[in-house]
Write a new protein. Structure first.
Lengths: 359, 289
């Protein structure tokens, strides 16, 4: 109480400072300066210090988690790494008797991740091909065209799509999507695109790269779409207004005013979707067919890096087999970290400086 | 002549505009369609096999009809309990650091970036890490390792939502607390975090719902179990794992149970997502300013 009075009287006893000057002085004081002053008053320096460092520790544990995962995976994959080296990811092993490539042979401890790398790349890229146009279309609709009453529900729907667990997508794909594709879509693909050699009619199950890509596309759509939306709505309104003022149609406005400004961020969103697709496990495992072979037909069975780990790890008996699977996991870890980091940087390059918006 | 050309161009531009609008609407419909299809299919398939036995009985031996997933539901609860004990405090602590202590510093930016990147790491890799961290030294599959895998996955999500919610708390609230002479740590915990607590709790629920549906990290950590078990050192059943096993099973009865399990799981997730949306859109926090 007395302290307040003293400071009050001090303020009044400064005749040299005019009211206007005082106002500008207080407005330039940043809130952090006020906080610093208030923080210096406390007499609980020890408790504050402990609390502060506890929180720092929690935050640093996120670094710790990444380092721990990397270290553990490296440790446990050492066996396969020292035996196969980089060839693990690139080289096929040919059976000396039959002359056919044999990539994955747990009996003789011969392992090559080539079919899984191939399967992961094919299914992910194919899913991007399906998902990206749809995701951008949805984002355009939501940011530029959507009537206000639809915006909330549609955003909610995409959020829900993002939150549905992989296992449920897998279950649905297995019993609803795959039969649908098998009966109605695959025959058309074979009929019209069979000449390309990419769709050959030799797999009656319907499982395979196409099924995996379709379910993957559904799964990565929400993340691409919501990030694209975020990037697009961070484009200043003046850009849109300027293009519209030149007499453009809405599409020309979107193309020149919005997409051109947001393109780096959209690329980031797509790469983030790729990161998701690369590591997606359960749904892919349930519909890709799980055979460690390389076929050119997109309708044939395949496998992916995540799928082979999910399928074989619990039953892997040999040390080399387990080590090889962990090495695939390590590769997946490193690749997804790099892909995600790149994507985050790209998205951040566009959205920085704009406040987070609630749609 | 030139007027005609202009007219033509204008028509082409209008046509392009209309086409793009139609395409965007079409894309939206195509995106919404699978969600509707999944929900209809889930309810159609799952509701008919959802009964009391599902929640009270353990699985019957293969081929026998009936039985339920009681042990899987309890197992999921145990796993999620372990995961929350690990993930929630570390995540909230990290979020408090990002929002209260490290704002704008390089360290905070690096941590935020790492958390975002960690969020994108496939869940199966987390399973591998938990396997080599706990299962290998321990010598057997266990509930503990599954819980740790899920807990690690919760950290980045909880951390980032906590930070976002804390950033919504106005500065004036903090300054008022400090001005009353409350030490900083109490101001953070009792004032700032408490103001943001509805948001933080729903953020935790969202992370919780996400890991509740995770199967991949449990495949070789918790492993699954057909019997009652709540021991942390033995394999334990979990709802998503049981769905996976039943979905691949040969019997129709197993498929029915899988659908019922999926319905229960999705109900949990819809509730969590709706709650989050409700809290963030209603602006519970804005009332404080």
């Amino acid at each position: 109480m007395p302290e307040i009075r003293i400071s009050h009287s001090q303020l009044q006893s400064e005749p040299g400072v005019s009211a206007a000057e005082k106002a500008t002085a207080t407005s330039t004081i940043e809130s952090s300066a006020i906080r610093k002053f208030l923080l210096s008053r406390g007499n609980s320096a020890i408790a504050d210090g402990i609390f502060h460092w506890l929180m720092v520790l929690c935050a640093l544990s996120i670094f710790g988690i990444v380092i721990l995962i990397a270290a553990e995976l490296m440790l446990r994959s050492n066996l396969a790494w020292s035996k196969f080296g980089f060839d693990f990811f690139f080289k096929a092993y040919f059976d000396p008797v039959t002359g056919l490539p044999n990539y994955w042979d747990p009996v003789n401890d011969h392992f090559s991740a080539l079919p899984f790398v191939y399967g992961t790349l094919v299914s992910s890229l194919l899913s991007l091909l399906l998902a990206v146009p749809l995701a951008i279309g949805l984002a355009i609709f939501l940011t530029e065209m959507c009537p206000g009453f639809l915006r909330g529900p549609l955003a909610f729907v995409t959020e829900l799509l993002a939150a549905i667990p992989s296992i449920i997508y897998g279950l649905w794909a297995m019993y609803a999507l795959v039969p649908l594709l098998r009966v109605h879509v695959n025959p058309l693909l074979i009929k019209f695109f069979g000449w390309t050699g990419l769709f050959s009619d030799d797999n009656p199950t319907g499982l395979g790269f196409v099924s995996a890509a379709v379910i993957l596309a559904i799964m990565i759509l929400p993340i691409i779409s919501s990030l694209t939306r975020e990037v697009m709505s961070s484009v200043p309104h003046s850009q849109r207004e300027a293009v519209l003022a030149l007499g453009s149609t809405r599409w020309e406005m979107i193309r020149m005013g919005v997409l051109r400004n947001a393109r780096i961020g959209i690329v980031g969103a797509v790469i983030l979707g790729l990161g998701r697709a690369l590591g997606e496990t359960m749904a892919v495992t349930m519909v890709i067919g799980n055979s460690p072979e390389i076929h050119h037909s997109l309708l044939s069975n395949g496998s992916s890096m995540a799928a082979v780990i999910a399928n074989e790890f619990a039953e892997a008996s040999g040390d080399m087999h387990r080590s090889a699977l962990i090495e695939i996991g390590l590769a997946l870890f490193i690749v997804t970290i790099l892909v995600n980091a790149l994507a985050r940087i790209l998205v951040w390059a566009v959205t920085r400086g704009t406040p987070a918006q609630v749609h | 002549m030139s007027a005609g050309a202009n007219n033509f161009r204008a028509r082409v531009r209008a046509l392009t505009d209309g086409t793009v609008t139609a395409l965007a609407i079409l894309a939206t419909v195509i995106v919404v369609a699978p969600l509707v299809a999944i929900f209809i299919y889930l309810i159609y398939k799952g509701a008919s096999s959802l009964n009391l036995a599902f929640f009270t009985q353990i699985p019957k031996p293969e081929g026998e009809s009936g039985g339920g997933m009681a042990n899987a539901i309890v197992g999921s609860a145990v796993l999620l309990g372990i995961a929350s004990i690990i993930g929630v405090p570390i995540g909230i602590g990290g979020g408090i650091f990002l929002a209260e202590f490290g704002r704008g510093t390089k360290l905070a930016n690096a941590i935020r970036f790492t958390a975002d990147v960690l969020n994108g790491v496939p869940s199966i890799v987390m399973g591998l890490a938990a396997y080599s961290l706990i299962v290998v030294p321990q010598g057997n599959f266990s509930a503990l390792s599954g819980g740790v895998a899920l807990g690690i996955m919760m950290v980045p999500t909880v951390c980032r939502t906590t930070e976002e919610m804390l950033l919504m708390v106005p500065h004036a609230v903090r300054e008022a607390a400090l001005g009353l002479g409350i030490p900083n740590w109490r101001s953070v915990l009792a004032i700032t975090v408490k103001t943001a607590s509805p948001g933080i709790i729903t953020g935790c629920m969202l992370a919780f719902a996400r890991v509740a549906g995770e199967t991949a990290p449990l495949l070789f950590t918790a492993l699954g179990n057909s019997f009652w078990s709540t021991s942390l050192n033995r394999p334990i059943a979990a709802l998503p794992l049981q769905i996976y096993i039943y979905a691949n099973g040969p019997y129709d009865d197993q498929h029915r149970l899988a659908w019922a399990g999926a319905l229960v799981l999705i109900a949990l997730i819809v509730v969590a997502v709706s709650l989050v949306r409700y809290v963030t859109s209603r602006g519970v926090l804005k009332g404080a300013s």
